[in-house]
Design a protein around this ligand. Structure first.
Ligand code: SAH
Length: 234
């Protein structure tokens, strides 16, 4: 949960998760956390409240994750792979065995920023009433958590769809390292103007997230970047 304002929503989220068998709650810069109201809303999900993690950025929250899905009440500018909660849960169950999967939820007031959404492999939208589609954040979490449970219970039905991967998908931290390296190289070779970047990095991010790279592939791409930088310096 990113920059949640109301501690009550954190408690409700913990309860929503526990009832559906989920356990790892990570908060990015919450306003307040362990209040009486939060515990009251959490009810029997005290363990989730006691064990939750607080971090400073979304990147830190999902650094060990292989797959990141950001949920959004609004459909944003640059089109991103957009799925509904059922599809999201199916993917979470498919990708889960490799590395942790993250479901990201935004601020009560303004949701997730474009920069945060650009760090996600998928955007998840609950197809609510188009005239009023913004759910309470804990309600949105309940819906996603329920779908994850249903998908996990019926996991065998998806087994034949399981992708044959040669190697596990790279984690977020490794992907971010590559994106930073790519950006620096593009600046070095004067393809990217840092004063006028437009949407280039966001588009490239979307491209490489779509490719679902493994670590070997990231190593190859970073090797190419290194050689490119050397040639430029040479
Ligand atoms: N006013 C904000 C809405 C925030 S609701 C905005 O316009 O973006 C808080 C969070 O709940 C959102 O960031 C999102 O993670 C989740 N959420 C609420 N409604 C949703 C919906 N219809 N689909 C997916 N996520 C939703």
């Amino acid at each position: 949960m990113v920059e949640t304002t109301l501690a009550a929503n954190i408690g409700s989220a913990a309860r929503a998760m526990k009832t559906m068998g989920l356990s790892d709650l990570v908060l990015v810069k919450p306003k307040s956390v362990h209040t009486e109201e939060a515990y009251a809303r959490a009810s029997g999900a005290i363990d989730i409240m006691d064990n939750l993690k607080v971090v400073d950025s979304l990147s830190e929250a999902v650094s060990d994750c292989g797959f990141v899905m950001g949920s959004s009440a609004r459909i944003r500018g640059l089109p991103w792979p957009l799925i509904n909660p059922r599809e999201a849960a199916e993917e979470a169950v498919l990708k889960g065995p490799d590395k942790p999967v993250a479901l990201v939820f935004g601020r009560e007031s303004s949701g997730l920023s474009n920069e945060e959404l650009a760090q996600c492999h998928r955007h998840v939208h609950i197809p609510a009433n188009p005239e009023y589609s913004s759910l309470n954040v804990a309600s949105a979490i309940q819906i996603l958590a329920y779908e994850c449970r249903m998908a996990a219970l019926g996991a065998s039905a998806f087994e034949d769809k399981n992708e044959q991967r040669e190697a596990p998908i790279a984690d977020h931290e490794s992907m971010e390292g590559f994106i930073q390296h790519l950006q620096q190289t593009l600046v070095d070779i004067q393809f990217l103007d840092p004063n006028n970047p437009k949407l280039l990095m966001t588009r490239l991010r979307r491209l490489y997230l779509r490719a679902e790279l493994d670590q070997t592939e990231i190593n190859i791409l970073r090797g190419i970047l290194k050689s490119t930088q050397k040639l430029k310096d040479g």
